[in-house]
Design a protein around this ligand. Structure first.
Ligand SMILES: Cc1ncc(COP(=O)(O)O)c(C=O)c1O
Length: 369
């Protein structure tokens, strides 16, 4: 359970929850019900669009037709399928700076030209995006992580959601709303998805996941978008893996419909709120020269290091002091983030205190060298 490994290192590196906030009993019960209630459906190959009862449930949540939903093996697979359609070699794609490192890698691998637009504490800088569009950049799509951003922890404001949508309509590009953290708000008011603000106009493709509310190992995520696009992707899914994991999806369905999802999400949110608060207050005290905006949900805090502290050197110094963190440079395409990503999801409050003390020791050692 602990993220303190055999060498005594505390990890603030993984974007994954500690075992104590995963509802293992609820999962066991959901699995028993899945095999009891629908042994045929749970054990079959199924179809490439996913386990049909779960697909229907997700369609209801989003107020769309079932034909607009594809359930996948984690949302990473949903992203990959969408990128195969839209991120063609030589195409132009807007990403946030910083952005999720696996997204950057996936887009680069497909030969897309990336346009990184600054991410502010209330989301992507829409003025800067508008200037680029006005100057002639014509993206196929913009990849946006609207809630409790990975790696920055920031949330896109309602006003910016609306402006972004307006720009997408005016300059004819798709918004890919990559939203795995939406259910993990532990402070403040929930905001409407950009997908819902679009009111079925087909400008937005939405992805989310059960990794953060059920558990990452369940590997269930999904895509919601225009029916024709989903049908095209379903064909690609058939030739990729015939169908996603029906057993996982049937368990997820039972977990959702029994009320376990709400209970599990609430437990995860409470734990994250406490962990985040502990990390933020610890950092303010121990590292006053750094800057951060405490997130309202999710897993991550983006620590800006200020003058004179190199993020890559700090990651190495932190490792030597027994704490694992991620170099912010991994999340930008120009290699100069001046920041590190700290995940408070895998650690208990006591481990956070120890990790902050070690990090402060690493910063002091780096300054002295
Ligand atoms: C922004 C973002 N998108 C997608 C994913 C992939 O999630 P999964 O494949 O576990 O659903 C992650 C995981 O950390 C993420 O942070």
């Amino acid at each position: 359970m602990s993220v303190v490994n055999a060498t005594g290192t505390i990890s603030l590196a993984r974007g994954a929850p500690s075992l104590d906030i995963i509802d293992v009993d609820g999962l066991r019960d959901a699995a028993a019900r899945a095999f009891e209630n629908d042994p045929g459906g749970a054990t079959a190959y199924g179809t490439s669009v996913g386990y049909l009862p779960l697909r229907r449930l997700i369609a209801d949540w989003h107020g769309v037709e079932e034909s607009q939903v594809l359930v996948t093996n984690g949302s990473m697979q949903a992203d990959a399928f969408l990128f195969d359609e839209l991120a063609l070699p030589g195409s132009h794609v807007v990403i946030e700076r910083p952005s999720y490192d696996r997204t950057i890698l996936a887009l680069r691998r497909r030969g897309a030209n990336l346009h990184a637009v600054a991410l502010e504490s209330d989301g992507i800088d829409v003025d800067a995006l508008e200037s680029r569009l006005a100057a002639g950049t014509r993206p196929a799509f913009a990849h946006i992580i609207p809630n409790f951003h990975n790696p920055a922890g920031y949330t896109l404001s309602l006003e910016k959601r609306r402006r972004l949508l307006e720009l997408a309509h005016r300059y004819d590009f798709t918004i890919f709303e990559d939203d795995p953290y939406i259910a993990l708000r532990f402070r403040g008011e929930a905001l409407p998805t950009i997908f819902s603000l679009d009111e079925g106009a087909g400008r937005v493709v939405y992805a989310s996941s059960f990794s953060k509310t059920v558990c990452p190992g369940i590997r269930v995520g999904y895509l919601v978008g225009p029916a024709e696009l989903i049908a095209t992707i379903a064909k690609r899914a058939t030739s990729t893996y015939i169908s996603p994991g029906m057993v996982s999806e049937a368990i997820t369905y039972e977990f959702c419909t029994s009320g376990a999802l709400e209970r599990s999400s609430a437990r995860v949110r409470d734990a994250l709120a406490e962990r985040c608060e502990r990390l933020a207050s610890g950092l303010s005290e121990a590292l006053p020269e750094t800057r951060f905006t405490a997130p309202d949900g999710g897993y991550f805090l983006w620590l800006e290091l200020g003058q004179g502290i190199d993020s890559t050197k700090l990651v190495a110094a932190a490792a030597a002091h027994g704490v694992a963190i991620v170099d912010g440079d991994d999340f930008v395409i120009d290699g100069s983030s001046g920041a590190v990503r700290l995940s408070f999801a895998p650690v208990t409050p006591a481990e956070i205190d120890a990790a902050v003390a070690r990090l402060a020791g690493a910063v002091a050692a780096l300054a002295a060298s």
